[in-house]
Design a protein around this ligand. Structure first.
Ligand SMILES: *[C@@H]1O[C@H](CO)[C@@H](O)[C@H](O)[C@H]1NC(C)=O
Ligand SMILES: *[C@@H]1O[C@H](CO)[C@@H](O)[C@H](O)[C@H]1NC(C)=O
Ligand SMILES: *[C@@H]1O[C@H](CO)[C@@H](O)[C@H](O)[C@H]1NC(C)=O
Ligand SMILES: *[C@@H]1O[C@H](CO)[C@@H](O)[C@H](O)[C@H]1NC(C)=O
Ligand SMILES: *[C@@H]1O[C@H](CO)[C@@H](O)[C@H](O)[C@H]1NC(C)=O
Ligand SMILES: *[C@@H]1O[C@H](CO)[C@@H](O)[C@H](O)[C@H]1NC(C)=O
Length: 445
């Protein structure tokens, strides 16, 4: 990653977003990662097959470009080369080395990601990079790596933060007023690897898998391209399973922290579980629509070799209009909640019924997302006067378009109402009747 101009100016670097000169990281990353379905059962074959499937299923053409290796790729016993200290790939899983996987992936016009950890060991107990940042960044660069997911397990006691902030634990985060979380040990651990990546003669997208700790949103902007904001995702609608969370608790946190996302700076709501576990069709749809609306990285986590046979899932992951919203070249902000619904005031935190009425903008118009958190189908109404970018035009006729089907629904005055199935999300685009943007100067922030 070469230096951007602002970073040559010393202190100014702390404020600058990390946008690589070639544009890497400006928009949310799109790709595939092995963890959600394969965990440690990975091999070169898994990744080269995924790369071919991304091409064959048309997903590459839609923008999915990163093929990301998650934990368990290195040799658990040998760990590092006794002479060079370099990480050693597991010879059973990658008999030709990571280099060969990178060659295959690159030959298909795709990029290869890898996984590391800002502690002594990864979450799976493989060698971590703490204290080896420069060497590991150079090794990744030498192998042809394009993306690093950097996890946060096994932090030794001398690196534990003076003040702890864990988003799931409201009692944490008792730092003195004005405390700069960018000076925390967590920020230092992540910045050391970020600096090491920037010294390499290769652009490596940097994904901080820091689970929202140490208020990463306040320093992630200058450290990496995206940062995890919460614990791991789990393919369930609500609730929690060990340290992993269903969709609604994550959307709830997003409703309270959406504004930290913009170009080159992305809240990461974790990899997609679309197609995994026992979500319903509607829950799969809500998951994808909301991750697109939030401008989260879109990292598929379901096996691709069977995806051609799972047409409804492939259709969801291939929805051109939702992807276009996520990847909009002009408007970088996440959609914002404009009304909580379920009779709650704005700003209410509710892990089962998070904010239900969202609005965002793109080059094509104003987009409204209506999330039904109820266990029954409900009528949901987008009242134009309630929607900040439309309130001035609330008495005009407006054209409502369904992003799911790609079809216009019709023109409406004052409001548009539809039935939303249980746990489904309506994704609407609103323009003037002649298809023009109703308020191009508006952005959620
Ligand atoms: C990231 O930093 C840049 C430069 O200071 C700033 O313009 C931008 O608003 C920041 N982005 C977010 C999401 O905070
Ligand atoms: C591991 O993956 C291989 C092939 O990818 C598969 O045949 C095998 O069943 C998997 N093992 C487990 C325990 O999931
Ligand atoms: C360690 O690195 C040396 C020097 O590059 C190399 O000759 C040797 O094969 C490596 N050993 C292992 C176990 O990879
Ligand atoms: C940096 O990478 C470019 C393109 O791969 C290569 O041509 C150049 O020789 C490299 N420079 C150094 C110093 O390694
Ligand atoms: C939604 O995804 C789940 C996996 O979470 C899958 O079992 C289910 O069949 C999907 N729904 C449909 C209709 O494809
Ligand atoms: C529209 O909503 C915005 C944001 O809530 C508010 O500042 C503005 O005054 C409203 N305009 C009208 C015409 O109601």
């Amino acid at each position: 990653m070469a230096l951007v101009a602002g970073q040559l100016l010393g202190l100014a670097s702390l404020a600058a977003a990390l946008v690589s000169p070639d544009g890497t990281g400006r928009l949310p990353a799109m790709g595939w990662n092995s963890w959600n379905e394969y965990e440690c059962n990975i091999s070169e074959d898994v990744f080269t097959t995924v790369a071919r499937q991304l091409v064959d299923l048309g997903l590459k053409d839609l923008g999915y470009e990163y093929v990301n290796i998650d934990d368990c790729w290195s040799d658990k016993e040998l760990r590092r080369n006794a002479t060079t200290n370099e990480l050693i790939p597991d010879a059973n899983k990658f008999p030709r080395g990571i280099v060969k996987t990178a060659e295959v992936v690159h030959s298909l016009g795709l990029k290869l990601g890898i996984y590391g950890d800002a502690g002594t060991d990864t979450c799976g107990g493989y060698a971590g990079s703490l204290g080896y940042e420069e060497l590991d960044a150079a090794t990744f660069s030498k192998w042809g790596i394009d993306y690093l997911k950097y996890d946060n397990c096994n932090v030794p006691s001398e690196w534990v933060d003076e003040y702890e902030y864990i988003p799931e634990e409201p009692e944490s985060g008792r730092a003195p007023p004005g405390y700069d979380w960018g000076t925390s040990n967590t920020a230092k651990r992540y910045r050391t690897m970020g600096d090491a990546l920037q010294k390499q003669n290769r652009t490596i997208q940097y994904s901080l898998c820091v689970w929202g700790h140490a208020r990463v949103q306040e320093w992630g902007n200058s450290t990496g391209h995206s940062w995890r904001m919460w614990g791991d995702i789990f393919p369930a609608w609500k609730g929690k399973e060990k340290w992993s969370w269903g969709l609604m608790p994550i959307v709830n946190q997003a409703s309270l922290t959406w504004e930290w996302t913009d170009f080159g700076a992305h809240n990461d709501w974790d990899m997609l579980e679309v197609g995994n576990g026992d979500l319903t069709l509607e829950e799969n749809r809500s998951h994808f629509a909301l991750w697109c609306a939030l401008k989260s990285p879109l990292i598929i986590g379901t096996p691709l070799d069977t995806l051609g046979l799972r047409k409804p899932i492939l259709d969801i992951l291939s929805n051109r209009e939702l992807i276009d919203f996520n990847q909009d070249p002009v408007y970088g902000a996440s959609a914002m909640p404009y009304k909580w619904g379920n009779d709650r005031p704005a700003g209410t935190s509710d892990m089962e019924h998070p904010a239900a009425f969202w609005v965002g903008t793109s080059v094509k118009g104003i987009h409204v997302f209506l999330l039904n958190t109820q266990d029954v189908a409900v009528q949901m109404r987008a009242v134009f006067a309630e929607i900040p970018p439309l309130n001035a035009t609330a008495s005009e006729e407006l054209l409502v378009h369904d992003m799911w089907t790609g079809e216009d629904i019709g023109t409406f005055k004052e409001y548009f109402e539809l039935e939303v199935k249980t746990h489904d999300t309506a994704a609407l685009r609103i323009t003037t009747v002649d298809g023009k943007h109703p308020n191009p100067n508006w952005s959620p922030k």
